[in-house]
Design a binder for this molecule. Structure first.
Ligand SMILES: C[S@@+](CC[C@H](N)C(=O)[O-])C[C@H]1O[C@@H](n2cnc3c(N)ncnc32)[C@H](O)[C@@H]1O
Length: 206
């Protein structure tokens, strides 16, 4: 699969200048808060955090935030926000859940917003999510509904996922060990070539 790191390195500095991305992150975080009702001291691991927007909006409702991203540019933006107090007290993790380098700590929430479609082996990643969650923890995954190849059609040789079918995604979560899965509509990404719906899958450990 193509390594998308350079694509995100190039976008990192400008990412937060797009009001649509900020509004989507705000809406996403609010839906997680409304549906999962995290404890104020809940430990959060955000995988593929980008510039950390979702974590920023979750921060008032949770405890320790740990962010991970494999793009150097995105990591620089996150580090800058931690230094500036925008992500006050957050940690930047060098774990690699795709490569099998898992953190030692356990978390109450794992959040992954629009990153799974960039990952080749999604079932293995979901197993990593389950293994870093504490008992009673929840994985909150925001993804594209199956777009039939249209969403990434503008990217040459794109070979990752173009969204997911909800029923198949639920089965992958159950195969990874999650006991219950609840889907919620998150809204749509609007582009000149059409609208693309998003879902939030809350996957509960037993
Ligand atoms: C579409 S962006 C979403 C960023 C952020 N979650 C948001 O919703 O604004 C996808 C992010 O996932 C990151 N990413 C892709 N593959 C990754 C991997 N294997 N490990 C960690 N991060 C990854 C990218 O660097 C990028 O920052």
């Amino acid at each position: 699969m193509i390594d998308h790191r350079h694509h995100f390195d190039d976008q990192a500095a400008e990412w937060d200048n797009d009001p649509k991305k900020i509004e989507r992150a705000r809406r996403t975080a609010q839906l997680i808060v409304d549906t999962v009702q995290p404890q104020g001291n809940g430990r959060v691991f955000e995988f593929g955090a980008g510039t950390g927007l979702v974590s920023q909006f979750l921060a008032p409702y949770v405890g320790q935030l740990t962010l991970a991203d494999n793009s150097h540019g995105m990591r620089e933006v996150i580090a800058g926000k931690i230094d500036a107090g925008v992500l006050d007290g957050a940690e930047l993790s060098d774990s690699d859940l795709v490569g099998g380098k898992l953190p030692d700590e356990k978390y109450d929430l794992v959040v992954a917003s629009l990153v799974l479609h960039h990952v080749a082996n999604v079932p293995a990643l979901l197993t990593s999510f389950a293994s870093i969650l504490a008992s009673g923890g929840v994985a909150c995954i925001i993804e594209l509904d199956d777009a039939g190849g249209k969403f990434h059609a503008h990217i040459d040789h794109y070979d990752a996922h173009d969204g997911f079918k909800r029923d198949e995604f639920e089965q992958s979560l159950r195969d990874a060990g999650f006991a219950e899965v609840q889907f919620h509509d998150v809204g749509k990404i609007e582009r000149e070539d059409g609208e693309y719906s998003l879902f939030l899958a809350n996957a509960f450990t037993s």
